[in-house]
Ligand binder design. Sequence first.
Ligand code: UDP
Length: 392
Amino acid sequence: MTVLVNAGPWLSVPPPGYGGIENVLAALVPELRARGVRVLLATVGSSTLPVDERITVFPDGRFADLQRPYNRVMGVPAAHLDRVVRELHRRDDIVLVHDHQEAFGLTVLGALGRSCPPVLHTLHWDLRKHPELYGSVDGGGSLFVNGVSFAQLTTAPPALRALSVGHVHLATPLAVNADRRPAVRKGEHLVVMGRVTRFKGQAVAAQLAHRTGAELVLAGPVGPHHRPEELAGPGADEDNPDVRYWREEVEPLVDGRRVRWVGTVAGEERDELVATARASLVPIDWEEPGGTAVVESLALGTPVVGFRRGCLPELVEDGRTGLLVDPGDADALAVAVGEAARLNPDDCRREAARRFTPSRMADRYLRLYDKVLQRSGRPRLRDSLRRGAGGA
Ligand code: UDP
């Protein structure tokens, strides 16, 4: 019962710091293996996640290439997927492909049709991004998709929606026993955890901090840059849209006291920064599809304050685990930040332990694997695989 999980060529699994998809796969794969699934991971050489087998093309993640011009980088996803396809043709023991490679995975694996195992392609992205592709996609009877929130799938054009077998919320290992962890002493700061980009709203958060006098910490990469020194000198990819957003709208508000940018943080440093924050700010300017940083914040006992759009209303219970205001309403956001102190961190942790554990996510994916196998006319996973399923 081997499943090929395609993590793509961009970052290692788990990622060295930033990496939503890769963090979620690092949570999912051990749970699949614990349920008897053999996992063949298609990834990069620097991945350290224990798996049964892996295939790689690139020694390290090609994240820095992601926002470079298409004509320079298209060979990267193509080479990775070419390796995946050759593996699928070479052997006959793979029962299903669980794909996480944007656009390429959907088209190439879909085109293989019945010459290869059925495919579940997880949509981690804003579905308005590729209208021509999503508007006419055809899974050939053996490729199906899932969303990472219900809201995300409502934005899918009919052709894509016809391939959907449902949605699965993202999960984090931080949610395991989150309700039993002792309370963490809160500091004074607010935090925005995520890549610095207009969609994530760091400039809105920084303006709010200056207006209200709140202390704000921004964490996450700016384009390919992870450390403040990398952005200080010349050659900092000034054409990169995220670097431009940083230069023009965020950097002028970063004074190193009220508003600080700490670069990319990882591991315990990241967890402590979030756990000690009064609130995580999520002033998004897009339909956030899944929000790994949102479920992590709840697991760490930090309420989420942000705009009511995308997946946020599904993940955050307004008034209990966070406060959501109308999109773009900066005044209401400022009021909500002031009120966040009355929310109980224990409620956030309890909710995360109930809803966002890797175990729960894996159970849902196994059910979707079965749906995909069934809809493509293949035998379903053996019952034995599902022993242990149904737990929290
Ligand atoms: N992240 C991190 N360090 C940082 C910034 C982000 O480890 O400095 C992680 C964050 O904890 C989350 C992921 O990167 O796991 C971002 O995923 P999310 O789904 O929130 O955002 P997106 O995939 O849209 O960038």
